[in-house]
Design a protein around this ligand. Structure first.
Ligand SMILES: [Zn+2]
Length: 127
């Protein structure tokens, strides 16, 4: 299969996993909004190579958050921040920080790119 085909296949697989996952709204019913700031870099350097913000669409987002590895030659990589994020959301924390290392491969080596995230969440106030 060519590279484009592989990328399409991986994308389709990710969509299947997202569709199969429970909805974020069902897992954390009180969640109103969630914004995640993501920085990706090499483990040995503290300076971020790439930073972006992801706004979670609470109404229809899956309770599965996998950020693709930014290293374009990385195979089977990615950062699954779901478990850290969901744990924080269940505890109704307004700020959740986490770090995930990519376990993909680049060429014959280990990828090891590091993703750090800070999520800012808001919840319905208890009545
Ligand atoms: Zn990677």
């Amino acid at each position: 299969m060519n590279r484009r085909g592989e990328a399409a296949e991986r994308f389709a697989e990710r969509r299947r996993q997202e569709d199969a996952a429970p909805r974020l709204r069902d897992v954390v019913p009180d969640l109103v909004s969630c914004r995640i700031e993501i920085t990706q870099g090499r483990s040995e350097a503290m300076t971020a190579d790439i930073a972006h913000t992801r706004h979670v669409v609470v109404e229809r987002a899956p309770a599965l958050l996998v950020v693709a590895c930014y290293e374009s030659s990385c195979r089977d990589g990615g950062h699954d921040i779901s478990s850290t994020l969901l744990r924080g959301l269940r505890e109704r924390r307004r700020s959740i920080e986490g770090e995930e290392t990519c376990h993909g491969t680049v060429g014959a080596g280990y990828c090891g790119r590091v993703l750090r995230f800070i999520a800012a969440a808001e919840y319905k106030t208890a009545t």
